[in-house]
Structures are given as structure tokens and as C-alpha cells.
Design a protein around this ligand. Sequence first.
Ligand SMILES: C[S@@+](CC[C@H](N)C(=O)[O-])C[C@H]1O[C@@H](n2cnc3c(N)ncnc32)[C@H](O)[C@@H]1O
Ligand code: SF4
Length: 385
Amino acid sequence: MSLTHEPAFGVYLHWPFCLSKCPYCDFNSHVRHGGIDEARYVRAFAREIAATAERVPGRVVSTIFFGGGTPSLMQPSTVEALLNEIAKHWIILPGAEVTLEANPTSVEAERFRGYRAAGVNRVSLGVQSLDDTSLKELGRLHTAREALDAVAIARSIFTRYSFDLIYARPRQTPQQWATELRLAIAEAAEHLSLYQLTIEPGTPFFALHRAGKIATPDEDTGRVLYDTTQEICAGAGLPAYEISNHARPGAECRHNLVYWRGHEYAGIGPGAHGRLNIGGVRYATETEKRPESWLMRVEAGGHGLTVNEPLMTGEQADEYLLMGLRLAEGIDPERYQKLAGRPLDEKRISILKEEGAIESMADGRLRVTLSGFPVLDAVVADLAA
Ligand SMILES: C[S@@+](CC[C@H](N)C(=O)[O-])C[C@H]1O[C@@H](n2cnc3c(N)ncnc32)[C@H](O)[C@@H]1O
Ligand code: SF4
């Protein structure tokens, strides 16, 4: 599975606005009833792109990702202007993957054609569920019918599209999930993101969960839900290439592979993260999260950076494990050794192998097994220790 111009360079742009806040979500997303001055944001994004390009000039951009928040609230002309700004400072590889995250409402689907004309060639739709009662409970503003209509519009305009579903929802049984997933696969083309509901601290779901008002499946049911997901997707030709992402071979999201393979990416916009390689040093960057504060910082100083830290070799090695072991292709122990300055601990490897949590592949790469994935965090912690 090698899908990128190597070394890959991705550009992530964060659009931090949503029409309403979903009660489970802790992404950097904000509701602004007074409207958003898109032209002012375009000018600020342009300045931050220019400032980043000054730090990492001459890059060939292989992937671009408009994430959020809800990027499908942007006017197509805004998306076009941002792509033009990227092209002014870097070379965009012919055939680069350009993804936009979209909420599946009818209003947003009307903009899809405009996004394609602007240069977007892949959309990722937040369908979340195909059950109307669950969609209400998740605070979504669309019905299942509306979401499927948006998927159909996406299919008629883009050759590449994906959608997200959240499972392990309150009261959801493995049988219900299996039926919903089969329905989803019938509508999917090449890619599906399937996330287990996480109760994130600070969200309304967290408070409800603590008060005993919503219950998520217990560990055993969670495990059955996960296994059901793997079985049905693999059977339909959409195996997991990452712990929560499924694709037909060759249709993986190349932008997300940039993160998981530890390549370089620029993070532009409020609350965006980046990893930049400058003079042999890898920098972790983060920008101001609050949109208005980010805007003021960029207008005053040309960028919204709040974090710009060189990563120590150990940190880089840990990050490589943390990201790389999410992938079905696993990690290259030699690359780990180069980053860490020491090899992985053979003893720990053999214990984890005996437990059936990891395995070596014919080419020497190391990967987490299907039964190891549900305890991925523990496996990573063990190997990194
Ligand atoms: C940046 S968000 C959403 C994009 C878009 N705004 C939407 O809601 O359709 C990306 C995805 O993360 C998933 N997600 C967000 N919060 C989650 C949570 N607490 N548990 C599981 N998945 C979550 C959802 O599937 C969502 O589509
Ligand atoms: S799930 Fe999507 S629409 Fe809902 S608040 Fe989060 S980013 Fe916004």
C-alpha cells in the first residue's frame, strides 16, 4: 500500500464552525449565530499559508484536507481561494488528493458541484447513523434519508467519497449494528470510517453518562461490535487499513496516511496541528483554537502559532509507534530504531506475540493483530516503555 508521492507533504486546513454543537463532539468547533466574515478568514488563512511556506519552502503538496468543524459551510469560492493560496506558495502535485469534510444536509449537498469546480476531488460525509432516533439523540440536524440523499449526490459528482458512522451507541445491539452496517456498505463506494462512540470529557454526553442517563455498551459488547465490524467489512471487500478506517485496497485516504506514516504536514487555521521538518529537526506546531483570537493573532503577526516545539528523538519514536501501529501495515522496526536511537525491546515483543497482540510480517514489519486492536493503547504503552 504505497499511495503517496514520497516524501509526502500534506496540508490540513481547519474550518472551525458548525451550525450547532453535537453533544458527543469535542473537536474545535464553534457556533456563531451572527454569521462569519468568510472573506476576512480567507485573508487570514492566506497569511498563515504564506508564513508556513516561508518556513518549509519548495514542498510538493500531495494531499490537502479541509477538516472541521464543518467545512461544507464554506462557500465554494472560499475553498477555491484557499486552494489558490496553497498553489501560490507550493507546488500541488498533479493528481493530489483534495478532501473536504461535509455534513450531509440538503443545503450543503447543493454546494458539492461548486467544490468540485474549485478543485476538491474527494468528500467525507458525517452520516453518523442510518437510524433517525439515534440521529436525534446524537443531536444531528439531518435525517437518515437526507444523509443518504447527500451520499447519492456525492456519488454523482465525485469519484471518491467516504462517510463516517458512529457505533457502540447507547442501547445499540450487535444485531442492530450489523443491519445498519450492511445498509451502509450498500451505499458506500471505496471507503468508510467507523468510530466507536467515545464519551469525551467536557461534552454534554460526558455529563449525561456520569449521571447514568446514557449507557454505552459494556466492554464485552463493545468487543463483539468491533469484531462484527471487522467481519462484515472484510467480507464486503473493505478491510480495515487503520483501526477505524476501511477501504478497498488502493482507496485509502492518502491524507490520513501522511499522519499515520509520520510524514510532514502543515496545519493551517484555528486549532490546527502540524509537523514540519526544518533543518533536520521535526517541529510540532499548534495554532490558537478560538477562531476570533486566531484571527487577531494572524492579523497582528502573520500566524496563529501557540506551539512550535522541536520534538526530541524519543518523542518522535513514540509518535511513530502511536501512529504507525494504528495501521494494518504496521511499523518498520528499523525506522523505529533510527528515531529512538535504540531497538524495540525483544523481550516485550515476544511476550506481546505470545499473547497474540502483535505479529511480524514477512518483510520484517511489525503490526498489531485484529485481537490486539481493541487494546491498542496498552500495546503501544508496553512497546514504548
Ligand atoms: C471532525 S468530525 C466531523 C465532521 C463533520 N462536522 C460532521 O459532523 O459530519 C469527524 C468525525 O469524527 C467522529 N466523531 C466525533 N466525535 C466523536 C465521538 N465522541 N466518538 C466517536 N466518533 C466521533 C464523527 O464520526 C465525525 O464525523
Ligand atoms: S460532529 Fe461535526 S457537526 Fe457536530 S459539532 Fe462536531 S464537528 Fe460540528
